[in-house]
Design a protein around this ligand. Structure first.
Ligand SMILES: [Zn+2]
Length: 178
């Protein structure tokens, strides 16, 4: 089956030391859980040592996340880099004409189809681990957030009011007794 978004790295795998470079531009179209504002773009490089295929990438993404405080949508520029190493088995064909080297891939998600990389699957992994854990809009954790006001959230009171903390401690203590 022919799939789109396959980067053929066979030339690198069969010729250790040979560096392949690709310009990548992908909307990661099938990924509904990521709200991309524009396509992920960047470069991807592959080179084999003979025993291992090294892949390096430099990408940038623009993505919509939710502010961790006021839950308003937040557009974030997200540059990210990737660097991975995949085991190669077999003798490269540049060493012996009747031989063939192949990437070993036991990842949970099948990243390779023979020596071709599923670029979207790969780049998506890099993007996901690069996402900020608590994206926050420009108003930060302190100060009044206009977005939060619009949503009729109580923003005048600091989050850690002493009486609320005591109540919370009391509630936890009660739960602990059960
Ligand atoms: Zn916010």
């Amino acid at each position: 089956m022919r799939r789109t978004g396959l980067l053929d790295l066979n030339e690198a795998v069969q010729n250790p030391g040979k560096r392949l470079q690709f310009e990548v531009n992908t909307a990661l179209a099938s990924e509904e859980d990521l709200d991309l504002v524009e396509a992920v773009s960047g470069t991807l490089e592959a080179v084999s040592t003979g025993n291992a295929l090294l892949i390096k990438g430099q990408f940038k993404a623009k993505i919509v996340l939710e502010c961790a405080r006021c839950t308003e949508p937040l557009t974030v520029d997200l540059p990210f880099t990737m660097e991975d190493e995949f085991e190669v088995e077999g003798i490269p064909s540049s060493y012996a004409s009747d031989s063939y080297a192949q990437v070993v891939c036991d990842e949970l998600y099948q990243l390779f189809d023979k020596n071709a990389l599923h670029q979207d699957t790969y780049i998506r992994q890099g993007l996901i681990v690069s996402l900020p854990l608590q994206p926050i809009c420009s108003f930060g954790w302190d100060g009044a957030c206009p977005n939060a006001k619009q949503a009729n959230l109580e923003v005048e009171e600091p989050h850690g009011r002493p009486e609320m903390l005591k109540l919370e401690q009391f509630r936890r203590a009660e739960e602990g007794k059960e």
